[in-house]
Design a protein around this ligand. Structure first.
Ligand code: F6P
Length: 543
């Protein structure tokens, strides 16, 4: 595209321009390169861009028809072409009177009434569990909720239960089991009383081997613990799925199944019924506040002009660094203990969506697509990998997330930590952008041979995202911000951000490898290559 070439040329002209100069030359930069959306304040002034860069990036977004594809998504068109599906996670937070139609089994259908019907059922269920009216097989109230799911059926609710921990009913213990490693389920239930434990089996397809294996073992644990028959299962197991037949086959009454739809991608599903465990934990009102936060960002994404559109800006900045600065990864660094799972959640959202190397029509891309997304909460990361961020050879753009106020339940003494926490966030952005010159180091009297070691080149871009407090609505706004950022990038890269064929091969091969490990099949029958056959032999010898 000419717009891409214009950016390449502009990048050459920008050369080694330093953020120090960009700020020195432009008094209004800090105030101008910001966006306020709902409760979020985004400062992108510490990015390696000029007004011209931003203009050219916007031209690219328009030329790639990001607005057109966005509107097609909101309209319910089948933009996930390789799976021939609509992409309508935005309908999950649409108001009750909205009309969002897409082609269903009975022709064009408004999906919003179905969304709200399920939300109401979830609410009734969550209230029952929270109030103690839902009892286990022996009549005891439920005190533990264990979500069994993986990927999009785990990461979202697990992240959000942690993020909103201070909003949860503390008397309920919510746990998450995802890994097929038996240790995960073992550790999750070893100190639980089955009589007080409810399992939510969350799986869009209800065929995912990890989830079905864990759910089957959990059912056995329950029956063993209660000394009860199959009837007990109904009191201790509910399901969240799009696949009623498989749920019934597993032995869960479909009356206890919460539905969602094939137009909700797994990694875009935690505000669907997949969020049932979260709703039980935080209560329906907080869940609805979270949905309102998502909706606010949806409306912004849909309506704000390209130049003031937060997800568009974040998406374009990532494209800029990947294509023209050789950035291969993107760090998301929340200065919030409660957001400890946030980046793990984003890894699936971003990398499963945009880790692609063919365009929509199947031809290879000639440009870099999704980056590696990584990061852990500040300030911990500062004492681990920040050295590389500051002085390593790679450029790693980072988002710094923080909140002005700590959660209200902290004691006055612990609230006092907060200024220090946030001072670290701001200081890191400052250090990464502006660094410390050799002259500044020398002026401190540092011995000449140490000067190169103690110099910080700076010019490492960050975007700072601040909100007053981490509330359910703010969490919804943040997640939708990243959902749409990922969308924008996929649209410009011309890839299908909503399929995930790349996870299939490993799943298929695991099924073939397993018999070779147990001895049920020879390495040859299992089709193992020489290296894998040798590893399997080693495993069997020690098994
Ligand atoms: O990892 C692949 C994947 O299909 C994800 O996209 C999905 O979130 C996860 O597996 C779990 O799938 P399900 O909800 O169908 O169990």
């Amino acid at each position: 595209m000419p717009e891409w070439h214009a950016l390449a040329k502009h990048r050459e002209q920008l050369g080694e321009a330093h953020l120090r100069e960009l700020f020195a030359e432009d008094a209004g930069r800090a105030a101008r390169l910001t966006v306020k959306v709902g409760d979020l304040f985004l400062d992108y002034s510490k990015n390696l861009v000029t007004d011209e860069t931003l203009r050219l990036l916007r031209d690219l977004a328009v030329a790639a028809d990001v607005p057109g594809l966005r509107d097609a998504m909101f309209r319910g068109e089948r933009i996930n072409t390789t799976e021939d599906r609509a992409v309508l996670h935005t309908a999950l937070r649409a108001p009750q009177d909205a009309v969002v139609t897409t082609a269903g089994p009975r022709g064009e259908q408004n999906v919003v009434p179905g969304v709200h019907a399920v939300l109401t059922r979830m609410q009734v269920f969550a209230d029952k569990v929270r109030s103690g009216r839902w009892t286990g097989h022996t009549g005891r109230r439920i005190r533990n909720v264990v979500n069994i799911g993986i990927g999009g059926s785990d990461l979202g609710p697990a992240m959000a239960c942690e993020a909103l921990r201070s909003f949860t009913a503390r008397e309920l213990d919510c746990r998450f089991v995802s890994n097929v490693d038996g240790a995960d389920l073992h550790e999750a239930v070893r100190d639980l009383d089955p009589a007080e434990t409810l399992f939510i089996v969350a799986s869009k397809t209800f065929t995912t081997i990890e989830t079905i294996t864990n759910a089957t073992s959990a059912r056995q644990w329950l029956l063993d613990g209660l000394g009860a028959d199959q009837e007990a299962v109904a009191d201790h197991f509910v399901a969240v799925s799009t696949n009623a037949a498989k749920v019934a086959e597993f032995g869960i009454d479909t009356a206890n199944m919460f539905e969602f739809w094939d137009w909700v991608g797994g990694r875009y599903s935690y505000d669907s019924a997949i969020g049932l465990s979260l709703m039980v934990a935080i209560g329906p009102d907080n869940f609805r506040d979270m949905l309102a936060g998502f909706r606010l960002m949806d409306e912004h994404f849909r309506e704000a002009p390209v130049e003031a559109n937060a997800p568009v800006l974040l998406g374009l900045l990532g494209i800029w660094y990947g294509a023209f600065f050789g950035a291969r990864s993107h760090a998301v660094l929340p200065y919030s203990h409660y957001l400890s799972r946030f980046t793990a959640y984003l890894q699936q959202l971003d990398m499963e969506s945009n880790g692609k190397s063919v365009q929509r029509d199947g031809t290879p891309v000639g440009w870099q697509t999704g980056p590696v997304v990584w990061g852990t909460p500040g300030t911990n990361g500062q004492h681990a990998y920040f050295q590389l961020l500051h002085q390593g050879t790679q450029m790693i753009p980072a988002d710094l997330l923080g909140f002005v106020r700590p959660v209200p339940e902290l004691s006055p003494r612990l609230r006092e930590h907060h200024d220090l926490l946030m001072a670290n966030l701001l200081a890191q952005g400052q250090a990464l952008a502006f660094g410390k010159t050799a002259e500044e180091v020398r002026a401190e009297g540092v011995a000449e041979e140490l000067v190169p070691h103690r110099t910080f080149r700076g010019n490492r871009p960050t975007t700072t995202i601040l909100a007053a407090e981490l509330t359910p609505s703010v969490l919804g706004q943040l997640v939708a911000l990243y959902e749409h950022k990922v969308f924008v990038q996929g649209a410009v890269w011309n890839i299908d951000s909503f399929d995930q064929w790349g996870v299939e091969l490993g799943k298929v091969l695991a099924k073939r490898v397993e018999p070779a490990l147990t001895g049920a099949a020879t390495a040859e029958d299992a089709g193992l290559d020489p290296s894998t056959a040798s590893l399997a032999a080693h495993y069997r010898a020690l098994r």
